[in-house]
Each structure stands twice: as C-alpha cells, then as structure tokens.
Design a protein around this ligand. Structure first.
Ligand SMILES: NC(=O)c1ccc[n+]([C@@H]2O[C@H](COP(=O)([O-])OP(=O)(O)OC[C@H]3O[C@@H](n4cnc5c(N)ncnc54)[C@H](O)[C@@H]3O)[C@@H](O)[C@H]2O)c1
Length: 441
C-alpha cells in the first residue's frame, strides 16, 4: 500500500464521501478545509444540485463553509459514482435505519458496498462511518467489496470509524471530537488513522473495526439507558409531588460520581432511538438478551403517550376535554436550536392528540412547513412565535427547548402550559395571580 501511504503523507490523497447528509457533508468539509480534494457523492440529485451551487441545505452547517469549499475548487458534489477510481479513500456515510420491527436495516451499506465494488481499484482505502452492529465491516462489507476480485489487505484496505456528531454543539465539532479508528487489519488501521490525522485534531486508533463499531454503540446505549432512568424517575417523582428537575439540579452539585441526564417527551435524532437496537438484535443472534437496551427502549418510547396523558389530565383540571381543545405544540425539532426533526417525538404527540379529537397546531421557527416524511404527514405550517397567537390555544405543550421559546412573555396570555423541557417559569399576571398554570410532563 505504498502508493496510498505516500499520497497520505504528502497530503495529496483525494477522498470520496458517499452520503452527503448530516454526517457525510461535515466530514467532506473538514477534509476539504484541511487542503484535500473531496468528491461528495449522493444519490439525491436535489442535495447535490444545492451543494454544487455552494448552498448548505442543513442549517447548522454554515452556508459560508459550503460556499467556501466550492469556491476553493477542492470540493465537488456529484451523483456520478463512476468517478470513484479518481479517489484514494472512500468514506461511507449512508443511513442505517430500523425496519418496522426495530430490526437493523443495513441495505444502504450493502448497496453502497456493491456500488464501490464496481469501481474499486488497487491501493484504495474504504472506511465505513455509518453506525452499525459489530462485525458489519468485516463480515458484510468486506465480502461485498471482494466481489470486485480484489483482496482486502493486499489490494485495498478497510476500516470503521464512528461519527460522533452532536448537531448544534458549539464546544466540539467534527474536527475537534476525538476520532476512533479501527481497521480490519493493522495496515487498514494505520492508513485510516494517518488519513484522518490530516484533518482531525485527535485520532484514537483501536484494536479492530469491531471495537470501533462496539464503542459507538456503547456511547449511544449509555445515553439511552440514562435518559430512560430519568424519564422513569420523572414519572415516579411526579406521583410523589416532587419536581425531577429540582432533584437533578440538587444531585448535580455533587462534584464527582454523578452526571446529569434530563427527562423529555421521548427520544429523537438519528442515533439514540435507533442504534441501541442494532446491538440488541446482534446480541440475540449470539444467544444473549440486551435487557438494559430493551427496557430503556420501552420506557423512552412510552414518553409521548405519557405527555398526552399529562395534557389530558391538565385539561381535565380546567374542566376541558382533549376532544375539541385547541392545542399548540412548541417544537418539531428533536432537540433545541437545530433544524433536525428525525425521529422527533413531537410528531407522535401531535398525532396522538389528534387521535383524541384535539385540533393541534405547531410552532417551530426551524420548520416553517411540516414536510411529509415516510412516517408522518401533518399537513401543517408553523404558527408564528407570538404571545397573541399562543394565547388563542387551550394549552401549549413545550416539546423542544428552542431559545425562541424561553421568553416568559410569550406565555402571558396562555392559561395552561404542559412543559416537557422545564423552560417556562411561572410569572405574575399583573393582578397578583400566576399565569399560566404550568404542568411538567
Ligand atoms: N446525524 C447524526 O448526528 C449522526 C451521528 C452519528 C452517526 N450517524 C450515523 O451516520 C450515518 C448517516 O447518518 P446521517 O445522519 O448523515 O443520515 P442522512 O440521512 O442525513 O444522510 C445520508 C445520506 O446518504 C444518502 N444516501 C442514501 N443511500 C445512498 C446510496 N446508496 N449512495 C449514496 N448516498 C446515499 C442520502 O441521500 C442522504 O443524503 C448513519 O449510520 C447514522 O446512524 C449519524
């Protein structure tokens, strides 16, 4: 692999990134910003056209970065996979969703592997970044790539490196988050680590692709289980008349041995609601039950129904029923201040409230229109962030803690707020009374 290693050492290696989504686009930009030539490939021509014009279709990935990359001449977006042989390294950043029975769907990885195999040449490095269960790189991707007639280890190299993007985060980004790299053999680890080292601040080589795949799942299972724990405690403490947010605040004063996690209306995003089930599925294949993962999944997926129950209870307290009430859900995004609504619990909350006969609107400045997705089609447009508008509803449900929703004056005229994010503080209404009535959910 001398030619490949020389190009990496001389910083002349050219990289292809397959999948220009939330993970692949920033990865391509980071390599481009490090001075490498980058070919961003995707099957979606609309995304490619936008990128070719230098436009970012993901808000938190700055338009200026995409425009600068295109202007530099080092970044090209394309749908032409037959350009792969131009590249020395190929990164795979395609989706890994769950099927309707929560089973892993690696079909995008397989399809991409078959596409690469058609164009694979000697002295190329292939790196999988899509989250998946241990063994995918070695047992599934490698044989697909070897249908090219080339042999892994002698003709081409293969590694796994998990993406650790946290959309909207300011203190760590793609470049500064330590990058785990595990190859299917030592040469693959070395080459992938050297290549990432040109663009990333810290590269952490690990023993194998399997360890790197498993580490990513451990990170996400850790979050899922801890979020489930606080969601369960939220329901228990609520019955006891104790505010879980105050409890977490109090426990967080311990300077060691405690890490705060916060409850919410349910899990969202591309990772935490999905990835743990990749591991539980693989565990079953090996005769083991991943009980923590299953239990956390059960508790977390129940949260939207818990929120709807709290809304019903709260309306009941005002002698109103869900049926016929006008309700406003704040936030379609799954987390604060991002334009990412994948797996957002807000959709399920809105649909469940509608099923009970409520007239539901939503407000989210990041989503002026609720686009139809594979699972949801709300047919709604966002109402404006406006106190007068909010006051028209029987209740406002805070599902996402966008900064735009933190101004207490917005809720002046609202009678009832069901707050899943602890963002609304009670305020005096001018006549000595408190408005709105706030119920935490
Ligand atoms: N979004 C995150 O924060 C995050 C974080 C860590 C890991 N991941 C993992 O990274 C992977 C990608 O996730 P994402 O969030 O970037 O998804 P995404 O949906 O934003 O992007 C995937 C892109 O791949 C394209 N694509 C689909 N099939 C393709 C094919 N056969 N060939 C080329 N392109 C194809 C899609 O058009 C899309 O643009 C997943 O495995 C995910 O679990 C995501």
């Amino acid at each position: 692999m001398k030619a490949l290693m020389d190009k990496i050492a001389q910083r002349t290696a050219k990289v292809a990134v397959i999948g220009q989504g939330y993970v692949g686009l920033p990865l391509g930009l980071v390599f481009c910003e490090a001075g490498l030539e980058v070919l961003g490939l995707d099957v979606d021509p609309r995304k490619i056209r936008a990128l070719e014009r230098g436009e970012s279709y993901i808000k938190h990935i700055g338009v200026d970065r995409v425009a600068a990359a295109v202007r530099s001449g080092r970044y090209r977006a394309s749908t032409e996979f037959d350009r792969l042989p131009e590249c020395d390294a190929v990164f795979i950043c395609v989706p890994t969703p769950l099927g309707s029975h929560r089973e892993p769907d690696n079909s995008y990885i397989h399809a991409t592997g078959r596409e690469i195999a058609k164009h694979l040449r000697r002295e190329q490095l292939v790196v999988l970044e899509s989250t998946t269960y241990p063994g995918t790189t070695d047992e599934e991707l490698r044989p697909i790539l070897e249908t090219s007639g080339l042999r892994c280890g002698t003709d081409f190299l293969l590694a796994f490196s998990p993406e650790r993007e946290d959309p909207g985060r300011k203190d760590f980004d793609t470049r500064t988050t330590p990058k785990l790299v595990g190859g299917v053999d030592e040469a693959s680890t070395r080459a992938a680590a050297a290549l990432y080292g040109l663009a990333m601040k810290t590269v952490v080589p690990v023993a194998s692709a399997r360890v790197a795949e498993s580490a990513k799942l451990l990170e996400n299972v850790f979050r899922s289980v801890n979020i489930a724990l606080v969601n369960e405690l939220k329901m228990i403490f609520d019955r006891m008349g104790i505010d879980v947010w105050e409890v977490i605040g109090a426990a967080s004063t311990k300077p060691f041995g405690f890490m705060p996690f916060y409850p919410g209306p349910g899990l969202g995003g591309h990772c935490i609601p999905l990835d743990p089930f990749y591991l539980s599925w693989k565990a079953a294949e090996n005769g083991e039950w991943a009980r923590f993962i299953e239990l956390a999944g059960e508790i977390n997926t129940r949260m939207p129904r818990y929120v709807v129950e709290k809304v019903a209870e709260a309306l009941n307290g005002a002698s109103k029923s869900v049926k016929g009430s006008r309700l406003l859900v704040l936030g379609l995004a799954y987390k604060a201040n991002v334009d990412d609504d994948r797996e957002s619990p807000s959709y399920e909350i809105i649909e469940l409230l509608r099923d009970r006969g409520a007239d539901v609107d939503y407000c989210d400045p990041f989503f002026p229109v609720a686009k139809a997705t594979r699972k949801h089609d709300l047919g709604l447009r966002s109402v404006p962030v406006d106190a007068e508008v909010f006051a028209r509803y029987d209740a406002v449900v805070v599902a996402t803690a966008h900064d735009a929703f933190k101004d207490g004056r917005l809720y002046r005229g609202v009678e009832l707020v069901v707050d899943c994010r602890n963002v609304v503080a009670p305020a005096m209404d001018g006549s000595g009374g408190r408005r709105p009535r706030i119920v935490k959910a």
